[in-house]
Design a protein around this ligand. Structure first.
Ligand code: SF4
Length: 623
């Protein structure tokens, strides 16, 4: 827990920091106090405190390509310097072949937005997504803003759900957050009165979330909006996120005056305003996993500082962006991967190359310690003194993949990943083992165990061990064979499955709220215990055998210290984390007391029993 209260120059910030420490939500008035402060350093520290809790030392980037398929648009938003009318000298329309020629094999995200011409057919928009997906299956399409989706709905007389369904079927993975501008009717009437308002924008995004399409959210600031209107915009997003949980990241977009005539072209936002807005959005949007510093609009220099003001995402290489540059953005048209890595390292963070769902693909740093980002791992990390190490929160299965690439030095590994990599990893003497039930590895089912034969089970993308435990229980305990299918990270439409396996915080939330349509709830650790009368070891602490001896000793010392302090005192971080997932202090305490953190003889015996059962099952089909 940070203790920086005494360092606050602006004492008005103290009650706000106390709220953050106790998990209380910030109000509109708190937001106004934050915008009014001159103590920008304390504001940055508070945002960094929240960012550290959510993302550790990670800063994400993606190898992405922008596709702006046309600049012809039927609308005429006043702040837009990009759109033109058909027949204008600089009007362009890209063919599908031209679009495909812009994408290279290393690209993993294609960001598609553009103008809305009057004469394009619906099939042309669908074909763009389909062609990219077919030619570049590793490049996920993040396509069409809510403004475009609404345009398709009205022009082609197809419901919003059907527009999204058809796009999803040909490869749409996520939606960009553009077109939100500022959710103020006053501003909309003055600057973009032909465009959809906040309610329509929010409804389209919530519909996408319910259909299993995660999205982003933006806010265009620095034009004629008031500070209060910015904060109301954030609060509306926070409310929508409470409802669906489908937003991945929030992107404050600094207005580029260019030749729009709204402001003189030299009246761009100040770096102080940009940093404040990043930091305040991190503090207000407590339920958003990520905040992006969009370097294209902020400039590289401001984006770099923003990485210590609450931002944990640098966007990406952004090949040949035009919308912001046509409006006068002075940043380069694209950055190289090496340059982004350098910016992130210079900010003291871990550069993490991600996919469209924020799954880490590659990590570019030394001394990285993986952290399972669930409540049950908190005692190991609550008092973790980082020293020469950096912390990367990462789902169990992804930690295993990164470790196979040699990109994680130590961590709380999923048991299955330890089994697979035990030639290179050495145990450290700690684990995450359930005594009887666990409450965070749960099968939500429409059928009893015996009736799951041949049925389809959706498996959370995060799991590496629980999926094997489920298979062992199905096949060895109940003699049932089911089909497994991976869900992607974030929101999913699970209605078509017969059962769904969830782990970690998501399972804990659903244990409380229930999962609609799935009446039966099975705790896998309890199923194991009732059968074997043994604990179940979900994860073990391990480190690379090749790690320098001094680093090994330092790490053991750090973890021993953190665990000892956590065992004496029920840690504030755990209370806060429990609060975020809707568990009371007492429930959180009882949950953590259900774990054994020391790897003893009984746990080793249980590990070996599980290993022999897994080996007994023929080739595992879900990794
Ligand atoms: S902002 Fe979008 S909708 Fe408005 S004119 Fe520009 S391209 Fe068209």
């Amino acid at each position: 827990m940070l203790n920086m209260n005494q360092n606050f120059r602006d004492k008005n910030l103290l009650p706000i920091f106390q709220k953050l420490q106790s998990g209380e939500r910030l109000s509109l008035e708190d937001g106004l106090t934050l915008y009014n402060t001159n103590d920008i350093i304390s504001l940055g520290k508070m945002a960094n405190y929240v960012q550290q809790r959510k993302s550790g030392d990670a800063v994400y980037f993606v190898l992405n390509q922008k596709i702006e398929h046309t600049n012809i648009c039927v609308l005429s938003c006043k702040f837009c310097d990009f759109a033109v009318k058909k027949g204008d000298a600089n009007a362009y329309e890209m063919t599908t072949e031209e679009i495909l020629s812009k994408i290279t094999p290393e690209i993993t995200e294609v960001h598609i937005t553009g103008g809305m011409p009057a004469d394009w057919k619906w099939e042309r928009y669908v074909d763009i997504v389909r062609s990219i997906h077919e030619k570049f299956p590793n490049a996920d399409a993040k396509a069409y803003t809510a403004v475009e989706i609404d345009f398709f709905h009205k022009k082609f007389k197809i419901s919003i759900e059907e527009v999204l369904r058809q796009l999803k079927a040909v490869g749409l993975r996520t939606m960009p957050g553009g077109g939100a501008e500022i959710f103020s009717e006053r501003v909309r009437r003055l600057l973009f009165n032909q465009k959809i308002g906040g309610n329509v924008w929010l409804n389209i995004h919530k519909t996408a979330h319910k259909m299993g399409i995660p999205t982003n959210a933006t806010m265009l600031y620095g034009h004629i909006e008031t500070i209060e209107e910015r904060l109301i915009h954030m609060l509306k997003l926070r409310e929508a996120q409470d409802e669906t949980g489908g937003f991945l990241t929030f992107i404050p977009l600094a207005f580029q005056p260019g030749d729009t005539g709204i402001k003189p072209s030299n009246q761009f936002t100040s770096a102080i305003d940009d940093l404040k807005t990043i930091a305040i959005s991190r503090l207000m949007l407590d339920n958003f996993p990520h905040i992006k510093a969009y370097w294209v609009m902020l400039t590289e220099e401001v984006a770099s500082v923003a990485l210590n003001f609450g931002a944990d995402d640098m966007d990406g290489t952004v090949g040949h962006e035009r919308i912001a540059h046509d409006a006068g953005a002075i940043s380069p048209m694209q950055l190289t991967k090496e340059h982004i890595i350098k910016i992130i390292k210079d900010a003291g963070k871990i550069p993490v190359e991600r996919d469209v769902y924020y799954n880490p693909l590659n990590v570019y740093a030394d001394h990285v310690v993986g952290k399972i980002p669930y409540l049950n791992s908190i005692p190991f990390y609550a008092h973790f003194e980082k020293r020469q190490f950096r912390i990367l929160p990462v789902a169990p299965r992804r930690m295993g993949v990164l470790s196979e690439k040699g990109q994680i030095d130590a961590g709380l590994f999923s048991l299955m990943d330890y089994f697979k990599q035990d030639e290179n990893l050495e145990l450290m003497g700690w684990c995450l083992a359930s005594r009887d039930q666990v409450k965070s590895v749960t099968l939500f089912s429409k059928e009893g165990w015996g009736d799951l034969n041949g049925k389809k089970i959706g498996i959370t993308d995060d799991t590496a061990t629980s999926v094997h435990l489920l298979r062992v229980l199905l096949e060895k305990k109940y003699n049932v064979h089911a089909q497994f299918e991976r869900l992607h990270a974030g929101v999913n439409d699970v209605s078509a499955y017969d059962a769904v396996l969830l782990i970690g915080d998501e399972a804990m939330k659903r244990n409380k709220s229930g999962l609609h349509g799935f009446e039966l709830v099975y705790d896998l650790a309890k199923e194991w215990y009732d059968w074997k009368k043994m604990p179940f070891v979900f994860a073990v602490w391990a480190m690379k055998k090749s790690l320098d001896e001094s680093l090994k000793n330092a790490l053991k010392e750090i973890i021993t210290h953190s665990l000892e302090k956590s065992e004496i005192d029920f840690v504030a971080d755990a209370r806060l984390h429990g609060n975020e997932i809707g568990w009371s202090e007492e429930e959180t305490r009882q949950y953590l007391e259900g774990f054994n953190f020391h790897l003893g003889e009984r746990e080793m015996e249980a590990m070996m029993e599980f290993r022999s059962l897994v080996l007994d099952i023929e080739t595992v089909t879900v990794r």
